[in-house]
Design a binder for this molecule. Structure first.
Ligand code: BGC
Length: 735
């Protein structure tokens, strides 16, 4: 194995598509075996019997770690790497060569049905968490598949819709996380998405799959299609799509063979993609067999530790939490007994076990624990009677803990949500319970953000997102204070759907969705408008308090910026703080959000302890995409660097002057007077020529004329010939 030179055309074509749903095609004669690729991303979904890509048929038991919506909220790259390592171990035991994840698409709208599989509305958080997972997975000799590349931010019409995105948001928001993960963690594979981008299918876009991914970013792995994403196989191969998944039963292989024979496809293009499949197989074969059995207990313990770091304490008035173990507690809500811990679709894991919050609370409490389901998830039962039972339980207890959430069938891969509201019966239940017991804690289980109309009427809210199989015990850990909550929001919780950035531009129509909010995704939008939100990006409380000292920033030798800020734990218990660093450039020459997250660090502090958070802000992350020269540009100027506990709880700031990158615009007679005057060579030539004119040229003229293309007014203020000479001379010097 290793080289494809003695393979027939048919063999090469067959290598570049699946043998079945989950395996690559073997070429036995040449000693090329088949390898298995399977979902992903927050656990292993290996189907042993019937196969499908929608999570319908059964799969072997595996640890269900917190889905990305949960794990992201930990902002903890070390933790994500450990989870990734565990995913790698489970894949290796099952002899899976590539696990299909992580998914790092940006949460553009809270309505995206698949937001639970993605980390954040921000590219830096998505990239850091995604890269950590990739590193962990690949440390075990198993490949990761970074998906869904790219601009796949909705489920509506996902196999055809064109995401119509301008170049700046495309690069700065939607591709930025992919770029960082590719460059930092070198995933073995990338999965291209179903959708089109600005009219071109991702699976056949040479700009995306070759110019950007390979030429600009240096990706050296394999690109596979999402399951069924191939539209035109020949165009795909030409664009740089290496592997079609799943099998087309030989139909599209025959198209490749025919295209080579009739000259429509250069055989060298086929060789290139076939070679990449062989390279992937070789890489996968290098892993030594990993004998089982899986240490189910150890992985469950990791799932619990991880989940404990993901819960976000949104509010905690009067320090209602943590609960005293001897308190009389009413546990209310069906989700306490029947946890919602992952989303539906291809990422659905068959967990090794499931902890319910009810069992965990009951076993850890010393006082009396009563339970009332409060509502029925299947719509059966008498809603009024269920509520009455819950209200009675709440009235008799010292504290009521109410588990609410989005029902399983409301959010899934394959379709988007229609609204952001919790079911009416749950809201009504809460209203009555909160009226009966002022000490009411709400615990939420939801893959996408929900509105919180009860925010003012309850003292404590815990956003549990989806936490994987140990979410129930981890929730009990946080409620009783065994674990001090440290999760922070990776997405804004808005007040209303109507406030959200993509509102009116989501999910598009007639095959197109216009990314009309441009750069202003998530908190960038709310901050730009100074609009109120329910809970801002980066928010999350703790059972302790953290004090921030002065922030300092300096440019390192490599050009990156070292930001440091001392943070002290001034409360009574140990805790973790996610220290966030936001950057802005007041007076920027291009449109920019008021602040953007550029780095973060997690500190674990004992009570009374102070430590210094060290955050590296990469110079390249300060760049904007310049559409005039088609490249990243760091503007010169004085940047504001802010450190804080959330995007709206900034505790310290400093300014730092940075040198910028030179931008020399291409010169022509279509360049404006201002542009020519700003040009290092042409500028002085033009000034001299203008001064040499009889009587000179009054400078006021340039307030009027500055934006005129120099070649537009024949002979004014200089003869066209003279202007041409200046430009030619400057172009000659530029080389
Ligand atoms: C999903 C992918 C998944 C694949 C295989 C597709 O429908 O979009 O995320 O990896 O199926 O199950």
């Amino acid at each position: 194995m290793g080289d494809i030179s003695d393979l027939s055309l048919e063999e090469k074509a067959s290598l570049t598509s699946g043998a079945d749903f989950w395996r690559t095609t073997a070429v036995d004669r040449a000693g090329i075996p088949s390898i298995m690729l399977t979902d992903g991303p927050h656990g292993l979904r290996k189907q042993a019997g019937d196969t499908d890509h929608l999570g319908i048929a059964a799969s072997v038991p595996a640890t269900c770690f917190p889905p990305a919506v949960g794990l992201g909220s930990s902002w903890d790259a070390d933790l994500a790497e450990r989870v990734g390592t565990a995913l790698g171990v489970e894949s290796a035991i099952e002899d899976v060569a590539v696990i299909l994840g992580p998914g790092i698409n940006i949460k553009r709208s809270p309505l995206c049905g698949r937001n639970f599989e993605y980390f954040s509305e921000d590219p830096v958080v998505s990239a850091v968490m995604g890269a950590a997972l990739v590193r962990g997975i690949q440390s075990q000799g198993v490949g990761a598949s970074l998906k869904h590349f790219a601009a796949n931010n909705q489920e509506t019409d996902r196999l055809r819709v064109s995401s119509d995105v301008d170049p700046r948001p495309l690069r700065e928001i939607y591709l930025r996380a992919f770029q960082r993960v590719v460059q930092d963690a070198r995933p073995w594979t990338v999965m291209c998405s179903y959708n089109r981008i600005n009219g071109v299918y991702a699976s056949e876009d040479p700009w995306l799959l070759t110019s950007v991914l390979r030429d600009d970013w240096g990706f050296d792995g394999l690109v596979m299609s999402d399951w069924g994403a191939v539209n035109d196989r020949v165009a795909g191969v030409i664009a740089g799509l290496d592997l079609e998944m799943p099998s087309s039963g030989g139909r599209t292989d025959a198209q490749l063979v025919e295209a080579v024979r009739n000259g429509a496809l250069d055989e060298r293009a086929l060789d290139r993609v076939a070679q990449r499949v062989v390279d992937l197989v070789t890489r996968a074969q290098a892993r030594e067999a990993r004998p089982g059995p899986l240490d189910v207990e150890a992985h469950h313990a990791l799932a619990r530790e991880a989940a404990g770091r993901c819960l976000v304490l949104l509010k905690n008035d009067g320090a209602l939490l943590p609960l005293a173990r001897d308190a009389r507690i009413a546990v209310i809500g069906e989700f306490a007994r029947s946890p919602r811990y992952q989303g539906a679709g291809s990422s659905q894991i068959n967990p090794t076990r499931i902890d319910s919050a009810l069992d965990s609370i009951s076993s850890e409490a010393v006082g009396e624990v009563a339970f009332a389901p409060g509502f029925a998830l299947d719509g059966t039962g008498d809603a009024a009677a269920l509520r009455a039972e819950a209200v009675a339980a709440a009235s008799a207890a010292e504290v009521a803990v109410v588990f609410l959430g989005v029902p399983d069938d409301e959010e899934s891969e394959g379709f988007d949500r229609q609204h952001m509201e919790l079911p009416a019966d749950q809201l009504r239940l809460l209203e009555e319970v909160a009226a009966a017991n002022r000490s009411t804690v709400v615990v939420l289980s939801n893959g996408g953000a929900v509105t919180l109309p009860f925010d003012e009427s309850v003292p404590a809210i815990v956003e549990g997102w989806l936490l994987g199989q140990a979410g129930g015990s981890a929730t009990a850990d946080v409620l009783f204070g065994t674990v001090n909550p440290s999760g922070k929001l990776t997405e804004t919780i808005p007040l209303r759907l109507e406030d959200t950035p993509a509102f009116g531009n989501f999910p598009g129509e007639h095959g197109h969705v216009r990314y009309g909010e441009g750069l202003f995704v998530g908190y960038r939008w709310y901050d730009e408008r100074e609009s109120a939100v329910a809970y801002p990006f980066g928010h999350g409380l703790s059972y302790t308090r953290f004090d921030y000292g002065e922030v300092s920033a300096r440019v390192r030798d490599d050009g990156d910026i070292a930001v440091t800020v001392p943070v002290g734990n001034v409360g009574e218990v140990a805790g973790r703080e996610v220290v966030q660093v936001y950057v802005s450039l007041p007076g920027s020459s291009v449109q920019r959000p008021p602040r953007e997250l550029k780095g973060f660090a997690v500190l674990a502090l004992e009570p009374g302890e102070t430590a210094t958070a060290e955050v590296v802000v990469r110079r390249e992350d300060l760049a904007y995409w310049d559409v005039r020269v088609h490249r990243w540009v760091v503007e010169p100027g004085t940047y504001r660097i802010e450190a804080g506990a959330s995007s709206r709880d900034l505790r310290a700031s400093t300014d730092l002057a940075l040198d910028g990158d030179d931008v020399v615009l291409p010169l022509s007679l279509a360049s404006s007077f201002e542009e020519v005057l700003a040009h290092p060579v042409a500028g002085p030539l033009l000034s001299n020529a203008l001064e040499a004119r009889p009587g000179g040229v009054p400078t006021e003229l340039f307030r009027l004329l500055g934006n005129f293309p120099v070649g537009r007014l024949d002979g004014f203020p200089l003869p066209r010939r003279e202007l041409e000479q200046i430009i030619d001379e400057a172009l000659g010097v530029d080389g």
